[in-house]
Ligand binder design. Structure first.
Ligand code: KIV
Ligand code: ZN
Length: 515
């Protein structure tokens, strides 16, 4: 068995089920393709039995992905396993991932079954999954709070029943590195047949230790890590894929094992996820945050100029972050754009490149200098697979300054069902007025929880990025848009929130959520 660390990406399952990160089927497909391109070993595409939509998404990803294995999650229940198997029928390398809790707290209060019953269900689940698929993973939910001896007994039985990957979730983010690492060492020594299986970590970040715990697991024999792009996931999130990969690479002298990830795709993949979900990463986020490679202090800059390694342990280009700033202008051609996009990590197909070029020309007409950040926004716009139903046709804003002034806005929106709606509203300011007009036109009130605008590059004509977070009928949703006009960006970001709400309403909420 190869000694590399397998990267099991669960962005589309554990990540996607967290608030603000839900994706449409087209978006999930776009993300799955990006993950395949990144070089992950396994893509967990979803929980097929949760809803018809989840099933369709797993099925579409299974049919599209040809490099990575595609996994579907299932409880140790016949219905779930059969749905997972059916959704994976067209996968080149399918994996069924079955799970059941093993901690006493989950057995007593959630499942209300005994340890013996959990063991029996685990074995039956693995055996049934093996009838459909030669690659079966077994997860012991809440493993880090389970009795290690019982866990070893369940894992031994799961191997005997045919599981080839055994996952040790720290479901509630309770573990600390030394203890989680020791649990792997214990399992290595006490699970029968462990030499025929891969041990896997799955960490949540409630104590901010998900990556540290995953690395401790690797030090103690784990050869699969479950993680997500940007660390998105339930509550505080899952272990961040990019941090684990770069820790293993940067400290290869310590760990002595690597991954098969194309690290220069890390940043573009991270940006793609942000663009698809509207869920931003913190500026100071390791590896993919905006400040991750920025040196502000004079002393640091001076040191960097003399010798890069004084203050830099990784090269930005190794994770796909470009150092160059000023790039193309109005007279640049299609080939120059394709070249620059490629250097930024975006290889667009013919049709997407044509669209990107049209968008680039339109932007270059509006602003003198087109920066990498602008190009990235254009490229991501081509990749999102984002759809309506609402589209902004026109907006007019009447700004006003002074005590008695009343800013107003009118908007014209088209719905994909053929309606064209026009509405006007007044507000405390121009943004308030345009938001009120959009909400009135679409008939969708949004309770705004966050609104941010920032400049993507420099100069008076820089593009502005607007981010809107809001609640619609109890759903927490996000939208993001970019334009040289911040009011237009704001309007488009709010429309994205409303579109997400409408698409979710149509799709029906999922039948069940899992850990
Ligand atoms: O956190 C968890 O326990 C999970 C399992 C279903 C693998 O996500
Ligand atoms: Zn989880």
């Amino acid at each position: 068995m190869s000694d590399h660390v397998r990267i099991f990406d669960t962005t589309l399952r554990d990540g996607e089920q967290s608030p603000g990160c839900s994706m449409s089927m087209a978006q999930k497909l776009a993300m799955a393709r990006a993950l395949d391109e990144l070089g992950v070993d396994v893509i967990e595409a979803g929980f097929a039995a949760a809803s018809p939509d989840d099933f369709a998404a797993v099925q579409a990803i299974a049919a599209a992905v040809r490099g990575a294995s595609v996994a579907a999650l299932a409880r140790c229940q016949r219905g779930d396993i059969e749905r997972a198997a059916a959704a994976l029928e067209q996968a080149a390398a399918p994996r069924i991932h079955v799970f059941i809790a093993t901690s006493d707290i989950h057995l007593t209060h959630k499942l209300r079954i005994s340890r013996a019953e959990a063991l029996e269900a685990a074995v039956a689940g693995v055996e049934l999954a093996r009838r459909y698929c030669s690659d079966v993973e077994f997860s012991a939910e809440d493993a880090s709070r389970s009795d290690p001896a019982f866990l070893a007994e369940v894992f031994s039985a799961a191997i005997e029943a045919g599981a080839s990957t055994l996952n040790v979730p720290d479901t509630v983010g309770y573990a600390i590195p030394a203890q989680y690492g020791a649990l792997f060492a214990y399992l290595k020594a006490n699970v029968r047949g462990i030499e025929r299986a891969v041990l896997s970590s799955h960490c949540h970040d409630d104590l901010g230790l998900a990556v540290a715990n995953s690395l401790a697991a690797i030090e103690n024999g784990a050869r699969q890590v479950e993680c997500t792009i940007n660390g998105i996931g339930e509550r505080a999130g899952n272990a961040a894929l990019e941090e684990i990969v770069m820790a293993l690479r940067t400290r290869a002298n310590h760990f002595g094992v690597g991954t098969r990830i194309r690290s220069e795709r890390l940043y573009p993949t991270s940006r793609q996820l942000v663009s698809l979900t509207g869920s931003a990463v913190a500026r100071n986020k390791a590896i993919v945050g905006e400040n991750a490679f920025a040196h502000e202090s004079g002393i640091h800059q001076h040191g960097m100029l003399r010798h890069r390694e004084t203050y830099e342990i990784m090269r930005p280009e190794d994770v796909g972050v470009s150092r160059s700033q000023l790039v193309l202008g109005k007279h640049s051609g299609r080939a120059a754009l394709a070249d620059r996009l490629k250097a930024l990590g975006f290889e667009l197909d013919e049709a997407a490149l044509n669209q990107a070029f049209a968008a680039f020309k339109a932007l270059a007409d509006k602003k003198k200098e087109v920066f990498d950040a602008d190009l990235e926004a254009i490229a991501l716009g081509q990749n999102t697979g984002e759809q309506g139903p609402w589209r902004l046709l026109a907006a007019q804003i009447q700004g006003a300054i002074g005590r008695d002034a009343v800013p107003s806005a009118s908007v014209r929106l088209a719905h994909e069902d053929g309606r064209v709606v026009q509405e006007a509203a007044v507000g405390d300011g121009p943004v308030h007025a345009i938001f009120a007009a959009i909400e009135r036109a679409t008939g969708t009130p949004v309770r705004l929880t966050q609104y941010l605008v920032r400049s993507l590059s420099t100069g008076e004509d820089a593009q502005g990025e607007a981010r809107v977070e809001g609640e619609v009928e109890g759903m927490e949703l996000r939208g993001r848009a970019v334009s040289t006009d911040v009011l237009e960006a704001s309007a488009l970001a709010l429309i994205e929130v409303i579109n997400r709400a409408e698409r979710r309403r149509i799709a029906q909420p999922s039948a069940e959520a899992v850990a």
